[in-house]
Design a protein around this ligand. Structure first.
Ligand code: CA
Length: 238
């Protein structure tokens, strides 16, 4: 069950949100200020934070910035709640590290849709679910990767090192999107901030070498000047 932390100083609003979320099957924690929210986050990382912009004491913006600066909470999904509809404020909110933005008043339906969306975006590579993309099948629990070129073809088991496995896991969880080297370092290598971006290239090469066993090297594409992408729309890109 996903845990949602609601940080909102207006008690009636906080209670209403909590009630609706519990009804939708979420486990809910409520904090009425950023300091209490920090204590709760220190104890257990929630799956999503609904963070009110205007709070007594430390603002929601400051809390979001602090969480983004801390390696433990860097990828914590944050949805900012605000009474401001100003486009400029929205940009500031998203710049501070919020994943999404909801302007009050919002419907429960809209709130639930946004929560589901950030959970989908943030969670897949941390789960043990088997993922299949374009014939590639990755089983995180068994730590196995195989490739099947067509429905009648035999599946070929691929041998991958641990870093290549994590890298591929990230790619298959976010297919058809370009990831920069620094994004890959952030999401695959995590807190190892001293690793050079060149390391990504080394492991991408090893991953391609591993995929060559099944002739699916071209699924990992270099996007000039931007980074790498896993795509099932294989073009002759090299
Ligand atoms: Ca408020």
């Amino acid at each position: 069950m996903s845990v949602v932390l609601v940080v909102e100083d207006e008690q009636a609003i906080a209670e209403l949100i909590a009630l609706n979320l519990r009804h939708a099957g979420y486990q809910v924690q409520v904090a009425h200020d950023a300091e209490t929210a920090q204590r709760l986050v220190d104890e257990v990382l929630p799956d999503v934070v609904l963070l009110d912009w205007m709070l007594p004491g430390q603002s929601g913006l400051q809390a979001a910035r602090r969480w983004r600066a801390d390696s433990r909470t860097r990828t914590l999904p944050i949805i900012m709640l605000t009474a401001r509809a100003d486009e400029e404020d929205k940009i500031v909110g998203l710049d501070s590290g919020a994943d999404d933005y909801l302007t009050k008043p919002f419907s429960t339906k809209e709130l639930l849709a946004r929560i589901r969306a950030v959970l989908r975006r943030k969670a897949p590579e941390s789960l043990d679910t088997v993922i299949e993309v374009g014939g590639l099948r990755l089983d995180p629990a068994a730590h196995r990767v195989s490739f099947q070129s067509g429905s009648g073809a035999a599946a070929i088991e691929l041998k991958l090192g641990p870093t290549e496995f994590r890298l591929l896991h990230f790619f298959v969880s976010h297919p058809e999107r370009v990831h920069s080297r620094s994004q890959l370092l952030d999401r695959v290598w995590g807190d190892h901030v001293f690793i050079e971006e060149r390391t990504v290239d080394v492991h991408v090469k090893r991953l391609r070498d591993a995929l060559a066993q099944a002739h699916c090297t071209k699924m990992i594409q270099t996007v000039r000047g931007s980074g790498y992408r896993l795509s099932v729309q294989v073009e002759n890109n090299d």
